[in-house]
Ligand binder design. Structure first.
Ligand code: HEC
Length: 730
């Protein structure tokens, strides 16, 4: 077995380590929790601007105007009756954790003339048909709003136009009451893209003088620049779309063609739950703190008023049913966790029933939603406010991971027993923050990179990515199964989270000269303004009765073969992929995975035996390194992560799942406090389980993936905070 502690000696950058915008690529595995190390193109932050529900919920049901035709000799002009016509799209849609289903949207805002030549049908003409895409409505008003706003940009491009129409196979005389089959080829323009599209069509002139036609075409969303639609962790669609035109047209000289239409039918009021009594309190207690104007979730969906909620009512049903919102990836299979942000089944059912009934309001639409005051336990004192210079990001780097040293300048050992995140800029540009404890050695390295690019701090994906040995271990000196040289993750903040006091009179012991690193994930969408967010500490003297926390990192190997269709790609060969990692990261590019396989007593063959072409999994048995009390737990994987679980005493009658994440969310990697801390003994077994799904990020270059720190690599990384019974001298 390799001695994992020797890995620390390898933790040096290859001399030519490329310093890329994606972060410092040192061969450093050590970052205790390389959170977000792989924030690739699929983090939600890059694909979802605000649904300005007011603007996009409001659709005017007007019939568009199309070029009108004048009948030539032998022709009869038929004009489309919008009240009896529609354009429908059908796309396959897959919601996280659900089977694929078909999403269907309809618009009736259609106009156009058809000049029919009854004696020689081949001479019939269509110059232009237009349809209003803003009026597309489906069974989900959030989908409609997103489609309108993000994909169709219907404020700018309200119409689809069909021009240059060629009719093929329409011949001979018109026989009333008989079906005529033909193909219709036309230039279809969506937004600014025009794509030649062929429809299979049938038309009949009915006995009462209506021209009825159906035309169906298969198209690709991507050709029109509107998809495939993908909101990571929530929904993805096929690129294929079926477009169906159902038209009924009449001779306008014989009857008046309606020029007004109504929107989707309003639902009959039912005995659905009251908004004011049932739904509003749920939203105010669980959603509004993040979705009110100015808060970070508001850049996606705004929930300021009752009317805002109604405008996306079905979306609220979808995201709560899927347990996508509120963000709390942990399931209730694990032990109870502190400050759970989970809706009860009844609450979810209530939102669903209200949405199904049409999302009716029994209050004025302008009624303000107010976040319920949070009651997340004691507030830490702010004994020391750490300062740092303001940082100004750039819109060119939308997702900016930036690290700053926060130096408390303690001259005596001091406990940090609580933290308060102090926002120092626009909340809408803050995504999350993590706090790491760094050693004197790491701090020296940090000072060498700080400000290198002319701005305070340094770019850091995931962990601070510092060289040097990590902070001294507390408790026994024996190393755990992790790797040495780690900056310890000791705190974090996501919007809506209350300040934290470490549990059970514990704290992180900061030795003189040691410091903290604040890693900020900024997300810039509009105006970029300076930010000086920081942390305030609650402190106690190092010789007080506070117990020092130890961060333990059980890890597991990663073996993810390529999808079957990519098997012939050069880097799909495991040896070639590992050689590539050595090139990228130095010796650790090979030794980390090799060490983990030995440590966990696994072989690549064993781990890949169950690989089904998409899903891979891994497990590793660990033991608790010393007697103590586990107070918090978290998991870390990159964007292919699918599930995570850490189990104490696996298989035993009293096994305890410390953390179960059935659907991994890269965006919401939270630190979970245990509602009831668990006392453990040295040698007690712990099982780590991770799984990945290649389908969660189809843009990944084909490569056999093993444990490594890069954005294209994966990790199976557990962390728990242990308060050792035997506290070291200090
Ligand atoms: C901790 C902050 C937070 C809380 C609490 C929260 N949200 Fe969100 N919500 C977000 C963020 C951030 C996004 C955008 C990123 C994402 O989708 O993960 C989002 C996205 C959404 C979306 C948009 C999905 C899409 O189409 O992009 C909806 C709808 C939503 N939330 C509804 C809710 C509801 C309903 C609740 C309460 C039951 C809730 N949220 C609680 C932060 C939060």
């Amino acid at each position: 077995m390799t001695d994992p502690s020797s890995a620390s000696d390898d933790l040096v950058a290859p001399s030519d380590a490329p310093r890329r915008r994606r972060g410092l690529r040192y061969g450093l595995l050590g970052g205790a929790v390389v959170l977000a190390a792989a924030a690739g193109t699929y983090t939600w932050t890059q694909v979802k601007p605000v649904v300005d529900s007011r603007k996009y919920a409001k659709v005017t049901y007007q019939v568009p105007e199309a070029q009108q035709l004048t009948a030539q000799p032998g022709e009869t002009v038929y004009r489309i009756d919008p009240t009896a016509s529609s354009l429908t799209y059908e796309i396959d849609e897959e919601f996280a954790g659900r089977d694929t289903s078909t999403a269907t949207g309809v618009t009736n805002g259609i106009a156009g003339d058809i000049a029919l030549n009854a004696d020689d049908l081949s001479k019939s003409r269509i110059e232009e048909v237009v349809a209003n895409v803003e009026q597309f409505h489906s069974d989900n008003n959030l989908r409609d709003a997103r489609l309108r706003q993000d994909f169709l940009e219907s404020n700018r491009y309200p119409l689809i136009t069909v021009t240059d129409v060629e009719l093929d196979g329409l011949e001979g005389e018109l026989v009333a009451g008989e079906e005529h089959d033909f193909t219709l080829t036309a230039a279809v323009k969506v937004k600014s893209e025009t794509v030649k599209t062929t429809f299979d069509a049938t038309a009949t002139l009915t006995d009462d003088g209506a021209l009825e036609a159906t035309a169906t075409a298969e198209a690709k969303l991507s050709r029109f620049g509107v998809g495939p639609i993908r909101i990571a962790g929530l929904v993805s669609t096929s690129d294929d779309v079926t477009l169906t035109l159902e038209l009924t047209a009449y001779d306008p000289t014989e009857r008046t063609i309606p020029t007004t239409i109504t929107g989707p039918d309003a639902k009959e009021p039912t005995d659905a739950p009251s908004f004011a009594e049932t739904v509003q309190p749920i939203l105010e207690a669980n959603c509004v703190s993040c979705h009110a104007k100015g808060e970070m979730g508001s850049t996606h969906v705004r929930l300021d008023t009752a009317g805002d909620a109604r405008a996306v009512s079905q979306g609220l049903k979808t995201v709560t049913e899927l347990r996508y919102m509120p963000p709390w990836p942990a399931s209730d299979e694990g032990v109870p966790l502190l400050h759970e942000m989970r809706l009860t089944d009844d609450e979810i059912a209530a939102i669903g029933a209200w949405a199904d009934a049409g999302g009716a309001l029994d209050v004025d639409a302008a009624t303000k939603l107010e976040a319920t005051e949070d009651v997340q336990g004691p507030k830490p004192r702010q004994d020391v406010v750490l300062e740092r210079p303001p940082y100004l990001g750039s819109i060119d780097n939308t997702n900016d991971y930036r690290c700053f040293v926060l130096d408390p300048g303690f001259t005596e050992p001091t406990f940090m027993t609580g933290t308060t995140f102090l926002p120092g800029g626009e909340l809408t540009q803050l995504h999350h923050a993590q706090l790491f404890h760094i050693s004197v050695e790491e701090k020296a390295f940090a000072e060498s990179v700080d400000g290198e690019d002319g701005q305070p701090g340094w770019e850091c994906y995931g962990s601070p990515m510092l060289r040097g040995r990590g902070p001294e271990r507390v408790g026994s000196q024996e190393r755990d199964a992790g790797f040495a040289g780690q900056s310890n993750l000791v705190g974090g903040w996501v919007p809506g989270q209350a300040p934290a006091v470490f549990p059970m009179d514990s704290g992180v012991l900061l030795q003189p000269g040691e410091a903290l690193v604040l890693q900020m994930h900024y997300h810039f969408t509009g105006d970029v303004t300076p930010d000086a967010s920081t942390i305030a500490l609650q402190t106690e003297p190092g010789d007080s009765d506070i117990k020092a926390l130890r961060v333990v990192n059980p890890l597991g190997p990663v073996e993810i073969p390529c999808a079957p269709e990519d098997q012939d790609e050069p880097l799909c060969d495991r040896d070639a992929a590992i050689a590539d990692n050595v090139r990228l990261y130095g010796p650790t590019g090979a030794s980390n995975e090799a060490g983990l396989l030995i440590l966990c007593n696994k072989t690549p063959e064993e781990l890949t035996a169950g690989f089904d072409g998409r899903r891979a999994s891994s497990t590793c048995d660990h033991v608790v390194p010393e007697d103590g009390t586990i107070v918090a737990v978290l998991g870390h994987m990159h964007t292919l992560g699918s599930s995570f679980r850490l189990t104490l005493d696996p298989g035993a009658a009293d096994e305890k799942v410390l953390l179960d994440i059935p659907r991994w969310s890269f965006d919401w990697q939270m630190n979970y406090g245990l509602a009831e801390p668990i006392h453990v003994e040295r040698g007690q077994p712990l099982e780590l389980e991770c799984s990945w799904d290649r389908d969660t990020d189809p843009t990944r270059a084909p490569k056999y993936i093993v444990f490594a720190e890069g954005t294209e690599d994966e990790m199976c990384f557990g962390t728990y905070a242990l308060i050792p019974d035997a506290q070291r001298e200090r």
